[in-house]
Design a protein around this ligand. Structure first.
Ligand code: SF4
Length: 285
């Protein structure tokens, strides 16, 4: 196993992408980047990350900011509960944990919005602690590297792959570098569409190398069922002396876009109504 780890770590040091949150050990910035990059592409997330560290260079700056300001800065990224949890967790760190990002797994995991992956990522990247950080990239790499048919989307499968990742990270001389190398391998070489095995540093240790069937790994047990939902809005405008104002309402919690503002909701149905709405140009105010 040590040969495999050496090859993987050497490849990472030579080939990893230079990103603003890489090669740093500030847990606040690492945490911030991980939250921004959930469900977000790197090219889109980078500008948000830079904007956040510019506005809030430290966790204390983020904790002191009004939530509305944080949400405004988050605008366009979606999944706004991430921003709310980030802000709430920053306040807990400042008010209850002395302003320092915790160093023990239990305290990190107890913060709002931090799951097993983010806890493992921050503790390993920032403090070099040997916790696994198992995201979609790592699940794919592990499933191919161990030629495993175990589905990745069941409780049992998640436990199985987390145990494999734990075995590897506990043997790694630098756990933070190791976790980043696994993620980077999945992002650059062992990708969903293509196993670029000819460029892979662990090719000689991988039973799935150059195997078209195994490129179909990882397996999933559940099929995602997508329910269509059509929301129709009416823009109600109020005329003032020199401009138009749009009347907005705050959305309820417990649904998408919780607490965000929207125009007057006309309908929210699985199928869009067929009637056509007549659109009229506005007169000058
Ligand atoms: S050899 Fe191919 S299948 Fe195996 S880990 Fe590398 S890229 Fe993935």
């Amino acid at each position: 196993m040590s040969t495999l780890l050496n090859k993987l770590h050497g490849w990472y040091q030579e080939n990893h992408r230079k990103l603003p949150w890489r090669d740093i050990d500030d847990p606040y910035r690492i945490w911030l980047s991980e939250v921004i990059l959930q469900q977000t592409r790197i090219d889109q997330g980078t500008s948000y990350y830079l904007r956040f560290v510019d506005h809030y260079p430290t966790v204390s700056d983020l904790a002191a900011a009004p939530l509305d300001e944080v949400l405004k800065l988050w605008e366009g990224l979606g999944y706004y509960s991430r921003a709310r949890n980030l802000h709430r967790a920053a306040q807990i760190i400042v008010q209850e944990l002395g302003g320092t990002f915790p160093t023990d797994y239990k305290s990190v995991r107890a913060l709002p919005g931090i799951g097993d992956y983010t806890a493992g990522a921050v503790l390993s990247f920032a403090y070099d602690q040997p916790y696994p950080a198992v995201d979609g990239n790592v699940l794919r790499v592990l499933s191919r590297l161990y030629a495993s048919e175990e589905p990745i989307d069941t409780t049992q499968g998640k436990k199985y792959y987390t145990a494999l990742a734990k075995q590897l990270v506990e043997k790694a001389p630098h756990p933070g570098l190791h976790n980043q190398a696994m993620i980077e391998l999945g992002a650059l070489i062992c990708t969903p569409q293509l196993c670029d095995c000819s460029r892979c540093p662990v090719r000689s240790d991988c039973p799935s190398a150059d195997s078209p069937e195994r490129a179909g790994l990882p397996r999933k047990a559940l099929k995602l069922s997508v329910q269509p939902r059509h929301l129709g809005y009416l823009f109600v405008l109020k005329r003032t002396s020199d401009h138009w104002q749009t009347i907005l309402y705050q959305r309820p919690t417990g649904d998408i876009w919780a607490k965000l503002y929207q125009p007057t909701l006309l309908y929210d149905q699985p199928v869009a109504p067929q009637e056509e709405l007549l659109l009229q140009p506005l007169p000058e105010p």
